[in-house]
Design a protein around this ligand. Structure first.
Ligand SMILES: [Zn+2]
Length: 348
């Protein structure tokens, strides 16, 4: 029978072909599709980033619609709304009152993040408070560590190089001060060699041997961080971060980075960014299935969807949930996302 005879003839003349396998059988109804869905996104998969600054009120980040620099009081309100929506965790970034070459507010008892931790843990004790541990938001040069400059100058290294071991001493102090303020998890993000070991040692020496470390183990030197730098006011004044963050072209190196952090005592691993690195998420998950894996759905990924949606080119809710599902399907157990609060509401 020709094609035109098959489709033009009366239905009873169209005989079924004998196909043993018809995957469409399981897609026939919403109930069947629900029944066989492999990946299910939940509000409890999300970690919601908050940017905390001194002063009162909130100001929206121009390049990240819906994301704000928040006063401590407003951060508490946001944390309450987040918990109510079913999201269990937040990650804090601080914008200090003053910046300097080392970033002393980063480990000050009354630093902005330390204040926010105490306030959030008092108002919403069930919220898991993760803190980002790096130097770039606190240093006047905007780099993730102490620079090869002034009193720290080492002749054999290029001027302005981020010095590894002196930076570890600062990271250890920052993590400890977050722990003392009541953080539930500390998350070093600077891609310094030995950062997990240095922080573990510092925490253990002060009685915080039970405080977990979520390591930004696999963090790429990505252009997708653009909007974040406005949000956290942490753009480097000169140069880039390619001497510590990974080359986007590499994936085998991700396993080496993750392996070292596991050996140093990391309790959770992270891949950052997420969407252009789903192969990396899968590769790391396959090699270290025993550790929770976090993927950071970064600012550029968020802003692209926001911008396209504002133009009416994409359906924001559908595209966002599809993107987040793809990150989970690739192997992430948890997703840090600026869409956390909205996505949690869309999922209800
Ligand atoms: Zn940094």
């Amino acid at each position: 029978m020709t094609i035109s005879e098959r489709i033009d003839g009366p239905p009873e003349t169209v005989s079924a072909r004998s196909l043993a396998a018809r995957p469409r059988r399981l897609r026939a109804t919403p109930a069947l599709r629900d029944l066989v869905r492999e990946t299910e996104l939940n509000a409890r998969d999300f970690i919601y980033p908050l940017f905390v600054c001194h002063g009162q009120g909130r100001s929206e980040i121009r390049s990240m619609p819906g994301v704000y620099q928040l006063s401590v009081q407003d951060a508490v309100r946001e944390a309450e709304a987040t918990a109510k929506a079913g999201v269990r965790a937040t990650i804090l970034f601080g914008i200090p009152a003053k910046k300097d070459p080392i970033g002393v507010e980063n480990f000050a008892e009354d630093g902005i993040v330390q204040q926010a931790i105490r306030a959030i843990k008092t108002a919403v004790p069930e919220m898991v408070v993760v803190t980002d541990v790096c130097l770039c938001e606190y240093t006047d040069h905007g780099h993730c560590g102490i620079l090869n400059d002034g009193p720290y100058r080492k002749g054999h290294l290029p001027e302005g190089y981020v010095l590894n071991d002196p930076t570890l001493d600062v990271l250890a102090k920052v993590a400890l001060s977050h722990a003392e303020a009541g953080a539930d998890i500390v998350a070093p993000s600077g891609m310094m060699d030995g950062m997990v070991a240095a922080i573990r040692e510092s925490l253990d020496a002060s009685g915080f041997e039970n405080l977990p470390i979520m390591s930004y183990a696999v963090k790429y030197a990505s252009a997708f961080y653009g909007p974040f730098r406005e949000a956290a006011e942490g753009a480097p004044k000169s140069g880039d971060r390619k001497s510590h963050q990974m080359d986007p072209a590499n994936v085998r190196e991700a396993l080496r980075e993750a392996d070292l952090d596991v050996q140093e005592g990391a309790d959770m691993l992270m891949v950052k960014p997420a969407l252009s690195y789903l192969d990396v998420v899968r590769t790391v998950k396959d090699r270290f299935p025993e550790l929770p894996l976090v993927a950071y759905n970064v600012s550029g990924e968020y802003s692209m969807i926001k911008a396209a949606s504002a133009n009416g080119w994409l359906d924001e809710a559908k595209v966002t949930l599809e993107a987040l599902t793809s990150i989970k399907r690739a192997g992430a157990d948890l997703i840090i996302t600026y869409h956390a609060l909205e996505a949690a509401k869309w999922l209800k």
